[in-house]
Design a protein around this ligand. Structure first.
Ligand code: SAM
Length: 243
């Protein structure tokens, strides 16, 4: 697999690193605020309507990297809806200690392009972040330069718990009541077919009908096929439902 693969529209502003995991898989840590491979507003509208009759919705984020994805999802919910307690806290897992520690510090690297992605959505980034330092937070393996460090406000931090954890273990032990949303974006493609199949068999056993599973831009080929083979149907681009 070409680990440098990325469509033209995608550039990485908050984190871009690479390491080898204990199984020898080359893993990227690339992420950014409002990563454009998901239509965040459309996904959020769908999710809110879909779980309208549920008192609690458990959002699990696997491969949470530096926290950009969790913050993007929280901000999209807050900007569009009220009475959101049932969606929080998000439980976010990354296996890598460096990424976990960066996310859990409440600090996030962003550059001008990240701030532009707020502006393009008419969102005031100052509601959610404060400039902390002109120098980017140092994260092992991160190759990006020219970012500054921002601190996330309590309104974000209080709505997510970051964990250092292996998504295979968490998925294997998850208890669902047809009210789970799994964000598993831009990670499965890094694994072998056998590993993806094993992960999806845990997802298929533990997610009940109606729960959602969300992927990213790099997961659209063989991973899509393995997901559908394990009892999920595609309901929107990159969004699957357990049936
Ligand atoms: C490319 S990033 C994805 C970031 C984010 N989900 C996105 O789409 O922007 C992949 C992340 O998965 C993490 N990761 C790798 N193996 C994992 C595992 N078994 N469980 C949880 N996280 C894992 C890596 O440490 C890395 O930070």
């Amino acid at each position: 697999m070409n680990i440098n693969f990325c469509p033209n529209y995608c550039y990485f502003t908050s984190n871009n690193g690479y390491y080898r995991d204990e199984n020898g898989n080359g893993i990227g840590t690339k992420t950014k605020m409002f990563r454009a491979d998901l239509d965040w507003n459309r996904f959020t509208d769908f999710m809110v309507k879909h779980f309208n009759d549920k008192d609690k919705v458990q959002i699990l984020q696997f491969a949470s990297s530096d926290g950009s994805e969790a913050y993007t999802q929280i901000i999209t919910l807050l900007e569009n809806y009220k009475n959101l307690d049932k969606f929080f806290p998000i439980e976010a897992y990354d296996i890598d200690k460096n990424m976990y520690e960066a996310a859990n510090s409440g600090l996030l690297n962003m550059d001008d392009k990240d701030l532009t992605s707020f502006k393009n959505r008419n969102i005031d980034w100052g509601k959610y972040f404060k400039l902390k330092s002109d120098k980017g937070l140092e994260i092992l393996n991160n190759t990006l330069e020219n970012s500054k460090t921002y601190s996330a406000s309590p309104v974000l931090i209080d709505k997510v718990n970051f964990h250092q954890g292996d998504m295979f273990e968490v998925m294997k032990n998850h208890k669902d009541d047809s009210n789970t949303v799994v964000l598993c974006r831009n990670i499965l493609e890094y694994f072998t077919d056998r590993e993806v199949d094993s992960f999806m068999s845990f997802a298929a056993s533990n997610l009940k009908n109606g729960s959602l599973f969300v992927t990213g831009e790099i997961d659209e080929g063989r991973v899509d096929e393995i997901i559908q083979r394990n009892g999920f149907v595609r309901v929107l681009p990159n969004i699957y439902m357990k049936v």
